[in-house]
Design a protein around this ligand. Structure first.
Ligand SMILES: [Zn+2]
Length: 103
């Protein structure tokens, strides 16, 4: 397994967390896309360490990179800058290269 932001390799289930690009928020977000793969990123660290911690403590930059989404944004429509480049994510967790990017 590798972190989708920095590429750090670790054994499964140690030091990982799933980051929600569009947070479920207080009381949860019942829109179905919240729980699809397009809204989730596997990042190293926790909410305070590693890449997951970086996202939480650099929120302005994370919005620019698509790592965080605002509540009106749809995860499948917003590109995100990952280690592999700028991609769109579909609901099944596939990476779709954006225009101008090598596949
Ligand atoms: Zn990382």
């Amino acid at each position: 397994m590798a972190c989708e932001r920095c590429g750090t390799q670790r054994a499964p289930w140690t030091g990982w967390s799933v980051h929600h690009r569009r947070p479920a928020g207080m009381g949860g977000d019942r829109r179905p896309e919240t729980v699809t793969a397009a809204n989730g990123l596997l990042l190293c660290g926790s909410g305070i360490t590693g890449c997951h911690g970086w996202v939480e403590s650099n929120r302005t930059e994370s919005y620019d990179l698509g790592l965080l989404l605002r509540r009106h944004q749809v995860p499948t429509a917003e590109p995100v800058l990952l280690r592999r480049g700028l991609v769109l994510l579909d609901v099944d967790g596939n990476y779709i290269p954006t225009e101008g990017q090598a596949a």
